[in-house]
Design a protein around this ligand. Sequence first.
Ligand code: PEP
Length: 252
Amino acid sequence: MRKKIVAGNWKMNKTFSEADDLIFKISELINENYPMDVMVVVCPPFPYLELATDLTQDNDISIGAQNVSNHDSGAYTGEVAAAMLKSIDVEYCIIGHSERRKYFNESSKLLAEKVNILLKNDIIPIFCCGELLPEREANNHFNIVEKQITDALWHLDSEQFKKIVLAYEPVWAIGTGVNATPEQAQEMHAFIRGIISTKYGTEVAENTTILYGGSCNSKNAKELFANPDVDGGLIGGASLKAEEFVKIIESF
Ligand code: PEP
């Protein structure tokens, strides 16, 4: 079902005690004033996932990872398996973030494998897509986003696809302080919903959650989330301060 979601991507930030403090504060603020129809997902680095799932077991916050191995288990030094995430109650996992595509050369083929392994382990992939600035300037952004989605996800059957959350994150907006305008976000989200509808039918498309990410903060969230095809946000920098993150959640 189409859900409203605000997800925080902490990236490679926070020490253990800072992570403890941030999760505690977010939980406290959310419990005071929780908009019940918005799902909150917090995605800390791997070493803090168990702490996060423990601290949030009695509230409505869900925990997500920022990466997963494409292998089930075995001799893959440094990797973390989907089954390990599942065993500590991780419910979501970010896949295809532009930083992983850029710095770790993650290809669509690898992302398709990661999506499969997440679904096999009953973890919801938050699949990121988005164009670079020159691609938008060349008016090629729709083609780029379509290819990212089709190459990594179109092998799924509709029952599998229904479990995916998408995040449109124009790369030029990530961490730059320059967010997509509400019109640009709505235009791309409607386009994405359109290609899903063509492939999987209107009902699946209407029920797919599509988040916006890229310099979203408490000042611009309301305008962005007000669009009919924007179902929430994937928040980077602004998810690192409890008050700011909770203000974004309350922007719905
Ligand atoms: C992100 O990295 O997913 C992101 C949206 O970052 P920021 O909010 O900092 O632009």
